[in-house]
Design a protein around this ligand. Sequence first.
Ligand SMILES: [Zn+2]
Length: 96
Amino acid sequence: MPKKVPMRSCVGCGEVKEKRMLIRVIRTPEGVVRPDSTGRANGRGAYLCPDPACVAKAEKRKALNRAFACEIPHEIYEELRRQLEREGPPGGAADE
Ligand SMILES: [Zn+2]
């Protein structure tokens, strides 16, 4: 029997994937939205594919605005996209 892995859906494309394949984005209590590289930071989380295209889709759908119940400025999405371009897909090194 296959081991049960946690699944999450990307707020950009809506695809359901293994949680470890997605980037967790959090909104800190200070109101800062940023990628959570540890996957363990406190705060509300949303998940995105490590793909700048999904960040663009999320912005078009205002997905993070909904996920965090607040207005997310364009700059935040831009910053996320830049970080994804820089970091690429998660290697899973820091996970579990
Ligand atoms: Zn996606």
